[in-house]
Design a protein around this ligand. Sequence first.
Ligand SMILES: Nc1ncnc2c1ncn2[C@@H]1O[C@H](COP(=O)(O)OP(=O)(O)OP(=O)(O)O)[C@@H](O)[C@H]1O
Length: 324
Amino acid sequence: MSDRPLLAVENLSVHLRTEAGLARILDDVSLAVPPGRTVGVVGESGCGKTTLLRAILGILPRGALIPGGAIRFEGRDILADRAASARGRIGFVPQDPYLSLNPVFRAGDQILEIMRRHAPGTRRDHRAKLVELFRAVQLPDAEAALRKYPHQFSGGQRQRLLIAAALSCDPALVVADEPTTALDVTTQREILALLRRLAAERNLSLLFVTHDFGVLAALCDAVTVLYAGRVAEAGPTRAVLDDPRHPYTRLLLACHPDRAVDLAGIPGTVPAATAQPAGCRFHPRCPIARPACADAPPPPVALPGGRAVACPHHADALPEPALA
Ligand SMILES: Nc1ncnc2c1ncn2[C@@H]1O[C@H](COP(=O)(O)OP(=O)(O)OP(=O)(O)O)[C@@H](O)[C@H]1O
């Protein structure tokens, strides 16, 4: 396995002009996805996960500014050179299978249109490949599925269709935005198992956004924890889940035995992107914050085992009530 990451997000900042002022949605975010590995990005609603994926896919909203950073895919800076871009080589599985297909066109035709634009070969080649992909994602009666409209599939089947769409141009990387959130628990499990199998069989890299630590544990080799648009902590999933170091990660995991992110147990609220506090963005809510935490953003501290934590006080114990 090559050491060079397939995808490297380097010190990326994304701002957006809004009516409420400048929204600092991402700030100095770095992460890497090695070939053939699955990396999770976790954080609660509003922490910037979707914006990160949109930056990678080149579909940021109008008015977005990128004041700094780079996104390298297969060694090329795809922010600086969209022509050298990654489209087709990066597949995308969206969050909501109900909203992501146009109801008035056959699902198969919608995927064939993506292939026409981004994959080599004739329509006949594409059809044959799509039937094969429908089988790979375990859609029943793959030939007939080509002729069906979106409403003729269940939610889980539609998510399988979208996974087939994401794979249709032979991507090296698939990015997935909470692809199981809209599904029931049993279907969620099946879709996660499918993604795991396909990634292994096709030596795919996956960048997987989730708010659910259970999903993370089941699927991801490594994790990046985002808080208010900055990286709080990153490292191998098992190590981070077993011994979280950032106060934010520790509180999240301590509050929620089922490991689904919900900040009800942490006092205060997540700041709006237009009103980020100075210094460490978590300091107003942090039980071990010092006055200096309000001064400057804490740089990441490297820890053994390929881990990093953006907190100089990561070795301090949290007070018991905070962990109760
Ligand atoms: N088009 C926009 N206009 C104004 N603010 C925006 C826009 N897009 C995102 N934001 C703000 O940026 C922050 C990050 O949003 P983003 O959707 O990236 O977060 P997220 O972690 O993906 O959330 P969720 O889990 O709810 O999808 C939020 O505070 C959001 O309100």
